[in-house]
Design a protein around this ligand. Structure first.
Ligand SMILES: [Zn+2]
Length: 306
């Protein structure tokens, strides 16, 4: 009896610092970013060392702002064989931007990443705070025009700040009216009792018991889908300064279980095979050419209409 090779999942890191997160956006002015202690380089290197020790290559969605201030870090990510991708320039939510402003943000980020890591191909994007929702589907047109192969920006869940609960739970090709396509690679959810439970990482990894995360990943793999896991460097930096001005709810979300993330990530790396999103898409293209759903703009619009 032949045993299929286990599915390789994707480990992804959104490279930003603790003061740049959307939860603190209302109390930390972008113009003041330069005044904060920069901790992103050290905490990202902590993750790079962990990945190296486990022999894992990951995808690093990096802010252009960070690339300008930590070029050596960005160069080392690329030189280490990891995938360098874009998290935008200044962590602006797509939902706060016009299509023109989004295009400028994408271009500025890409220039900064390419300047820091010459030779890197930047063709993947993750929207800050999963801000591609039913109101911002135009972002795919902009990304296609800017030459992006994929976005990994949708969380198919119900949530107060993001999410498209009816979006497909696996990578899909999204085509435009001219038939041009790009991929959306959504965050992993586990279908339980008719609802999508977010088991993709970040704050969810910090609040859900590790056994639940593992069951969710196994369920995705049993469906033939690679799990897409995300985390942030500040989540492995329990010593980070506290942003006292933020609301109680934002602080509760940001600081819960920061001291546990590192071990939980290591546990996942020991339990499952991980690689980059580029690897996941290469395999999709190779093995599922005929079965991967392609969504035309009309189908996509129907899908996200409540
Ligand atoms: Zn982010």
């Amino acid at each position: 009896m032949s045993r299929e090779r286990p599915i390789q999942n994707a480990m992804t890191v959104d490279v930003e610092d603790y003061f740049q997160v959307s939860a603190f956006e209302s109390v930390v002015d972008r113009g003041d970013w330069g005044a904060y202690e920069l901790r992103v380089e050290a905490s990202t290197r902590r993750l790079l060392d962990l990945f190296d020790a486990q022999g894992v290559k990951a995808t690093f969605f990096t802010l252009g702002w960070v690339a300008e201030r930590c070029p050596e870090l960005v160069r080392d990510i690329h030189a280490g064989g990891h995938e360098l991708a874009s998290h935008g320039y200044a962590h602006r939510l797509v939902s706060d931007l016009t299509p023109e402003a989004f295009r400028e943000d994408l271009q500025r980020a890409k220039e900064a990443l390419e300047a820091a890591a010459p030779g890197a191909v930047i063709d993947g994007f993750r929207a800050p705070s999963f801000s591609i929702t039913k109101d911002t589907l135009w972002a795919y047109d902009v990304m296609r025009e800017e030459g992006y192969r994929y976005s990994s920006s949708v969380f198919p869940v119900r949530h107060d700040r993001y999410g498209m609960p009816r979006f497909p739970r696996r990578p899909v090709r999204l085509t435009d009216y001219a038939g041009r396509s790009m991929w959306e690679v959504p965050m992993t959810t586990w279908r339980v009792l008719g609802r999508n439970l977010p088991v993709a990482g970040g704050g969810w990894m910090r609040v859900l018991p590790p056994a639940v995360m593992r069951r969710g990943i196994r369920a995705a793999n049993a469906e033939g889908t690679a799990a897409i896991i995300y985390l942030h460097p500040w989540e492995v930096d329990p010593e980070q300064p506290r942003v006292q001005a933020a609301s109680r709810a934002s602080r509760a979300r940001h600081y819960v279980n920061l001291d546990k993330t590192y071990d939980r990530v290591r546990g996942l790396l020991e339990a499952f095979p991980f690689g980059t999103i580029r690897d996941v898409l290469d395999r999709e293209a190779e093995t599922r050419r005929d079965t991967t759903p392609a969504l035309a703009p009309t189908a996509l619009t129907e899908l996200v209409t409540p």
